[in-house]
Design a protein around this ligand. Structure first.
Ligand code: NAG
Ligand code: NAG
Ligand code: NAG
Ligand code: NAG
Ligand code: NAG
Ligand code: NAG
Ligand code: NAG
Length: 428
């Protein structure tokens, strides 16, 4: 599938080059001015009408921009020459640049907009901003008219954009990037998006999506980034997600997901970020995690995961820089093997039920800038060298461990870890 996507892209490039070879764009290239190429009337009218639908009837494109792809360019509109004629390839609407066109509160997707023949990239950013006025919806079946051209579709930071994601997005078969971030879209995630086998980036975070994650999203084997965080998604992490074999970043945080971490995720050999924090995931830390040897950030905080850290082969995930297991119901001791994670910068183990003493070896982690173990049941003397407390300051959190104490003789009170009581004299 991935191969097919790349071949499509290759044909587009070849097509362009051949267009030049047969002389249709030689004019523009050799003179360094693009006035040469004309624009098909229907394409030009479609552009004017599309933008008027986005920004309001006050905008008269034919008056202001008689040559929109040539000497009177419109901010946010890019064009390209195909067979000797200009076509619109990129549209960016909303407050992206200072002089960007502002969107109308009653923005509409006119039928003419869907007649743009070569649109590859469409972005609405900070555009549909008024939440109180008539809200804008994406519902129209016309999206499939972009099915053979559109490669990137983005709606970013549009709080006035509500309603469901149209099923017709599933017909945009060349789409490589679908970004729907920080809008007020709701309903369930369309199953049809699982058909978009060219997708490399799927970002739908910060909306009001509900229901389960469609299982067929796990067949998007070319996906590099999946971010469905900050929604109201429920159900399990689908077992099919073991099929996301190319994925680098996987973020399902801040939803209402439950069930276990599926062992199938051990197939994700390129994964660098796994964030399942702030859900209702349980069932212990599955050993399959330790097979994801490229992991750099593992964030599972605020889930009732339970289990312990003891039998984990931490040296397998030696690339870890961020390990956040705070508030996950962990029990048992903090094994000394955690100090094999030489690249760690952030270690969050706070607000668990961890017991036993902390190995002084943790202080040998050269890149560590934050170590949080507060809110546990750790015991004994803190035996880190004084430089460690000096380096960390408040980024070493050990308070609320009622049986943990600090041997005062070793460091001055100035660098005493916050909230840790002094060891009684007989313990010194
Ligand atoms: C734009 O202005 C021209 C000339 O002033 C006029 O003929 C045309 O009808 C206007 N178009 C719109 C859509 O208002
Ligand atoms: C996915 O694509 C297949 C084959 O093109 C089609 O039969 C199916 O209806 C599509 N599914 C959705 C949910 O659009
Ligand atoms: C979390 O999941 C458990 C089942 O594992 C369920 O009993 C509980 O109600 C869920 N909690 C929330 C807040 O959804
Ligand atoms: C990991 O999860 C699988 C199911 O996905 C389960 O069969 C296995 O026992 C789990 N292993 C551990 C150590 O939790
Ligand atoms: C610390 O970070 C630096 C730069 O990010 C890296 O080169 C080094 O290998 C890391 N590990 C240790 C143990 O210092
Ligand atoms: C904390 O650990 C001590 C033993 O070190 C144990 O007696 C106590 O019950 C533990 N407290 C909690 C809240 O788990
Ligand atoms: C310690 O825990 C208690 C209750 O669990 C909490 O109220 C208090 O704020 C915590 N102290 C600190 C310094 O976090």
């Amino acid at each position: 599938m991935d191969l097919r996507c790349r071949i499509d892209g290759y044909f587009v490039v070849v097509g362009l080059m051949m267009g030049c070879l047969i002389g249709t764009c030689v004019n523009g290239d050799s003179n360094g001015d693009s006035v040469g190429a004309p624009m098909v009337k229907t394409e030009q009218d479609a552009l004017y009408s599309a933008i008027q639908g986005f920004v309001g009837n006050w905008w008269n494109g034919s008056d202001l921009y008689p040559d929109p792809c040539g000497w009177t360019p419109i901010q946010g509109v890019s064009c390209d020459v195909f067979d000797g004629f200009w076509y619109v390839t990129d549209l960016s609407i909303g407050q992206i640049y200072d002089n960007s066109l502002p969107c109308a509160p009653n923005l509409e997707f006119r039928p003419q907009f869907f007649q743009l023949k070569r649109l590859k990239s469409l972005t609405f950013s900070n555009c549909i901003i008024s939440q109180n006025q008539a809200t804008v919806s994406l519902q129209t079946a016309d999206w499939d008219s972009f099915s053979s051209t559109l490669e990137s579709l983005e709606f970013r930071a549009n709080p006035g954009l509500s309603g469901q994601v149209p099923t017709a997005f599933g017909s945009l078969k060349n789409l490589q990037s679908l970004v729907l971030i920080d809008n007020r879209l709701s309903g369930s995630l369309p199953v049809s998006i699982g058909n978009l086998t060219c997708l490399k980036r799927l970002v739908m975070s910060g909306n009001l999506f509900t229901g389960k994650i469609p299982e067929n999203y796990g067949y998007l084997s070319g996906l590099l980034i999946m971010d469905l965080s900050r929604n109201l998604l429920s159900g399990n992490v689908p077992l099919t997600f073991g099929g996301l074999t190319s994925i680098l970043k996987f973020d399902l945080s801040k939803n209402q997901l439950e069930g276990v971490i599926p062992s199938e995720i051990s197939n994700l050999k390129s994964l660098t970020l796994l964030d399942l924090s702030n859900n209702n995931i349980s069932g212990g830390l599955n050993f399959s995690i330790q097979e994801m040897s490229s992991l750099e950030e593992l964030v599972l905080s605020n889930n009732p995961i339970n289990g312990d850290l003891v039998d984990f082969n931490w040296q397998n995930v030696y690339k870890l820089m961020v390990l956040d297991l705070s508030n996950t119901g962990l029990t048992g001791v903090v094994p000394e093997s955690v100090s094999n994670l030489k690249n760690l910068r952030f270690l969050g183990l706070n607000d668990n039920k961890l017991s036993g003493s902390l190995s002084p070896k943790l202080a040998e982690l050269g890149n560590l800038t934050a170590l949080y173990v507060h809110g546990n049941n750790l015991t004994g003397d803190l035996k880190f060298p004084r430089e460690f407390y000096q380096k960390m300051g408040r980024r070493f959190g050990a308070w609320n461990n009622s049986n943990l104490c600090f041997p005062i003789s070793k460091v001055s009170s100035r660098v005493r870890p916050f909230g840790v009581k002094l060891c009684r004299e007989r313990q010194l």
